[in-house]
Write a protein that binds this ligand. Sequence first.
Ligand SMILES: Cc1cc2nc3c(=O)[nH]c(=O)nc-3n(C[C@H](O)[C@H](O)[C@H](O)COP(=O)(O)OP(=O)(O)OC[C@H]3O[C@@H](n4cnc5c(N)ncnc54)[C@H](O)[C@@H]3O)c2cc1C
Length: 432
Amino acid sequence: MAWDFETDPEYQQELDWVADFVKTEVEPLGFLIKHGYDMSDPVRNALIKPLQEKVKARGLWACHLGPELGGRGYGQVKLALLNEILGRAPWASIVFGCQAPDSGNAEILAHYGTPEQKEQWLEPLLDNEIVSCFSMTEPQGGADPKVFTTRAVQDGDEWVITGEKWFSSHASFSSFLIVMAVTDPDNPPYQQMSMFIVPTDSPGVEIIRDVGLGYEQAGHGTHAYMRYNDVRVPAANMLGDRGGAFVVAQTRLGGGRIHHAMRTVGQVQKAFDMMCERAVSRTTQGELLGKKQLVQGMIADSWIELEQFRLLVMRTAWRIDKYKDYKRVRKDISAVKAAMPKVFHDVAARALQIHGSLGVSEEMPFSAMVIESFHMGLADGPTEVHKVTVARQVLSEYQPAPGLFPTGHIPTRREAVLAQYADVIERAVEQL
Ligand SMILES: Cc1cc2nc3c(=O)[nH]c(=O)nc-3n(C[C@H](O)[C@H](O)[C@H](O)COP(=O)(O)OP(=O)(O)OC[C@H]3O[C@@H](n4cnc5c(N)ncnc54)[C@H](O)[C@@H]3O)c2cc1C
């Protein structure tokens, strides 16, 4: 029997170290630094770099990477157990060298970059000496890349990029951008675009403004609305094949989506822990909130939903390790991606409700969590699109009913079964 829900003791020791380290040394960063990706902030560097050194010394730096890139080559199950701890602290993934979008961008560079590009961009990215940006979504649409209009036109040994991008996270902090642009408008829709490395300080790269999320103060956003004004890059900066941007983008999304989900387990657990602490602390009408059946209902629903989600994430991680083929686990990854915003939203919203006016205030993190749950349902593809993927894959495993009535139609089945067993029944009746 191979079903097993236990972690081996050796790895559990590592996880225990990580849990303690994150709680005591990483969680406080949330109160001390403005933005974990802002490499120009001396306070950020003074606080984060020593913690990164501790992680490296422990051998836990960038565990998602294969040994050829300096990582441990941990499989997804081990990463799931690690990432759910990292999800509890805002900048933990930076401290452990596995932050998005740099981790996905590093995967692209490792896969498609030339030796020179790897030396220039990949190595410092893996060491978190620089950060990067993935610049794909456009103001007129993100879920449907077929509406993208940013163009790249070849001019001798260079490509000239023109157009606008929207929600290019961390562009302001980045040293380079990975930009998706139309190079071959006459090709079939999914072969029209190519991917480029664009150094952020290239002439013509303009950040119109940094957009913030609903809970952030105006002017504190980090999702750039960008314009590429005839930005020139060498021909060698194309990543992957010409017309192959979708193939390149898929390289980063498979792993990225499941890692987000693993960290979301940690965030949901955090909201749940706060909900339970409040339920056993606050009294109303002479008894603890946790004694009220409607509150108990919220706690039970939250626990069940969290455990279901965690199991789905773990099973998906296990399937990725088993098959080592993202195409084969597409349904599982899309299911996780579709389940993630709902469980995060519902548990965070209940935690907010149980905290009453305090819960809705800016003195607790719940309103930010609720907005973040929408982030999870948009970035890397909206929930609706992932549900469509799940449904299509599920339905492809079914056959139409052979006749007029469904195969579960009771009279039809009864008739068939009676015909199948007619002899047996007849003989049994004769013996009466
Ligand atoms: C916090 C955050 C960070 C992000 N970071 C980046 C980044 O770094 N780089 C980047 O390029 N992009 C980034 N994005 C953008 C993200 O990829 C897009 O938001 C996403 O692809 C959806 O595109 P859109 O926002 O234009 O919404 P639209 O494409 O306009 O879709 C709006 C809504 O329409 C519905 N919808 C869309 N398609 C379908 C469908 N097929 N069936 C049914 N309903 C549908 C969904 O409800 C969807 O939410 C980020 C987004 C967020 C929220």
